[in-house]
Every structure is written in C-alpha cells, then in structure tokens.
Design a protein around this ligand. Structure first.
Ligand SMILES: [Fe+2]
Length: 206
C-alpha cells in the first residue's frame, strides 16, 4: 500500500470514527448534495447519477476535483463576507446579508461532511500508522468543528443586523465577519498547500 507523508500537525482533537456502511451512505449523500451546490441539479437527480462506490475506491482525482470545488465555493463566500464587512454599516447590501446568512452554514457543513467522510478516510487508508497525518487530520476536524459553530454565530449576526439594525453592534459584527473569513482562508490555504498535493501524489501512483 502506498504511504503518504503528512505535514507537521498542531493540537490533536476528537476522533471521527464511522462504520463502513455509514461512510458509504454518507458518501453518496454528500456527492448528491455537492452536485446540487455546484451544478444546480436536484438531490434526486444527482444521487441517481452519482458514482456510488466504497470510499477506498473513490479515485483520488475525483476527490481532489470535488475538494477544489468546495474550496472555490468557500473562497467566494469569504470574498462576499469581506465585502459586507467593508461596507458596514451605511453601505451594506441587506439582500446580500440575507442571502449569505441563509447559505453560510450549509456551505460550510457540506464541505466538512465531504472531507470527513470521503477525503480523510481516503488519506488514512493509504497511511496506516502515520502519526503525523493522523494528528493533522485531527487538527483539521477540530477546525471544522470551530468553523461550524462560528458560522452559526455569523449567520445569526447578519440576521440580527437585517431584522433589528437599530440594536445591532456593527463593530462587533464586522470584527466577527473578519475573524470568520480570515480563519477560513487560512484553513483552505493549508489544505491547498498540504492536503491537495497528497491526493495528487496518490493519483500519480494508481
Ligand atoms: Fe477542511
């Protein structure tokens, strides 16, 4: 089995163990939901056309393509949040606030579900006993958990600004937006620099 190298890891956290059956089911559901986000297909249509195979047989090239798609959607989200933060309070587009607050948590959750149910198990299947990779993936799982909690706060903050602008703390909201998208950009940059090359190396040896 091909072994892959891992970058230095930070603080490890929770384990995300799931059964093979649950993982396979989640994979199919995630592929369906990803297609909905990326291509405007219904979940049913996407599910019928999805390449439903066990995680270990998912081609690394397909996984890297999906990962790149999620990164692109999240990067666009970061740009929109930065635009909102820059325009607060007088020039903000309230329609954009509503639009982003409704999509924010879903975008983040879909990306994390894909990585934790498809991408990470694929990497782990090629690196048994690689403590550095395991620690890295644990750190990324922890950052996912943090970002999902943070995304809910940001969505609530944007909602509050739209529905009760007179009582909104604009400085606090702008600070929160910047904290969220800056952290998310760092997470994406790390995955692009370290995780994506691992997938490309796997693809090269198959
Ligand atoms: Fe991630």
């Amino acid at each position: 089995m091909t072994q892959i190298k891992a970058p230095d890891a930070g603080v490890p956290r929770m384990a995300g163990g799931i059964s093979k059956e649950t993982a396979a089911m989640t994979t199919a559901m995630t592929l369906a939901s990803n297609d909905t986000e990326f291509h405007g297909l219904s979940a049913d249509t996407a599910a019928r056309s999805s390449d439903i195979r066990p995680i270990s047989l998912q081609p690394p090239a397909h996984v890297s393509h999906t990962m790149t798609g999620h990164h692109g959607v999240q990067s666009d989200l970061c740009a929109q949040l930065e635009e909102l933060a820059d325009s607060l309070p007088d020039h903000v587009d309230t329609q954009m606030c509503v639009y982003i607050s409704r999509r924010l948590c879903k975008i983040i959750r879909q990306s994390h579900e894909f990585e934790e149910s498809v991408l990470f198990p694929l990497l782990e299947s090629h690196s048994r006993g690689n403590g550095k990779l395991e620690a890295t993936l644990e750190r990324l799982r922890f950052e996912h958990w943090e970002d999902e909690a943070f995304a809910h706060e940001v969505a609530d903050g944007l909602n509050g600004f739209v529905t009760q602008p007179e009582s909104a703390n604009v400085e606090s909201l702008a600070y929160m937006l910047r904290g969220f998208f800056e952290g998310l950009r760092r997470h994406i940059a790390f995955e692009r620099e370290h995780i994506l090359p691992m997938l490309l190396r796997l693809d090269g040896v198959r």
